[in-house]
Design a protein around this ligand. Structure first.
Ligand code: ZN
Ligand code: ZN
Ligand code: ZN
Ligand code: ZN
Ligand code: ZN
Length: 253
């Protein structure tokens, strides 16, 4: 059941309204992570909550942490600095934390990431044990000894850390590419795709800095972009416009 209006203890004013397209990317006042999608928003102040932060489950399980029994907290218990076991980023607000002594933490948005993403011709699976290197950072690990979660295509050619896609979006947001947009349009996506590493050398050579692009390379880029788009949607919400056009361009090639 969806509520269009809620009250939330962490917010001083009256009602928070569910809005479909909030103004530009917002910072969630619950988990402190960025969001683009539907959220609960206050009309009187600049207060936002992700849907999953506004209405969390009091307890939860995750298939990638089979032995963990998670609880939702507005402030994680204990004083030490915490990081999310999915994306490796700091936990600064709302969090799911398990009952283990060496507790695991998950951002509410990371907890809710879909296991499978399907776009035209691309199927990506969420995994903590990928076989390929991430196309953004070129490594299997986010930091030494820590892999975090990735989305990997069934064919294994396309693979991105959740953490790296977050970085990519945040970098581009800081550069102002999202200014006034609450969607990830094709231009933004192309800007981001430039920052991606390509595993296959001859594809790199064919696609770098020349107006000529082989069919193989351009197909590769289209799928790489589509995969990226799917992951961005999964992490940050459903950036609608541009998506249909992108799918069409993949289909028509
Ligand atoms: Zn949030
Ligand atoms: Zn308010
Ligand atoms: Zn645990
Ligand atoms: Zn996270
Ligand atoms: Zn990476």
């Amino acid at each position: 059941m969806k509520y269009t209006k809620i009250k939330h203890l962490s917010h001083p004013h009256d009602d928070l309204m569910l809005v479909d397209s909030p103004q530009a990317p917002y910072k969630c006042d619950g988990c402190k992570e960025l969001g683009f999608r539907r959220c609960y928003q206050c009309e009187d102040c600049n207060f936002h909550l992700h849907e999953e932060c506004a209405m969390p489950d009091s307890s939860a399980f995750h298939p990638l942490f089979r032995k963990c029994d998670f609880r939702f907290y507005e402030n994680a218990p204990g004083n030490r600095a915490r990081y999310c076991d999915a994306c490796g980023k700091d936990v600064l607000g709302f969090v799911y934390q398990c009952l283990h002594k060496e507790a695991h933490d998950l951002h509410p948005c990371c907890m809710k990431l879909p296991r499978t993403l399907i776009g035209d011709g691309v199927k990506l699976h969420l995994s903590d044990m990928v076989s390929s290197k991430c196309q953004k950072c070129g490594s299997k690990e986010i930091s030494k000894g820590f892999r975090g979660w990735s989305y990997e295509s069934t064919c294994g050619k396309y693979c991105y850390h959740v953490a790296c896609v977050k970085d990519l979006v945040i970098e581009n947001w800081r550069k102002g590419y999202f200014d006034g947009h609450n969607d990830v349009n094709d231009q933004i996506l192309s800007n981001m795709a430039i920052q991606i590493k390509v595993p296959n050398e001859d594809i790199v050579q064919q696609s770098e800095g020349s107006s000529y692009r082989s069919k193989k390379a351009s197909k590769y880029w289209k799928i790489a972009k589509l995969a990226l788009k799917l992951i961005i949607s999964a992490i940050f919400g459903d950036p609608i416009s541009g998506f249909t056009a992108l799918i069409e361009s993949v289909v028509s090639s």
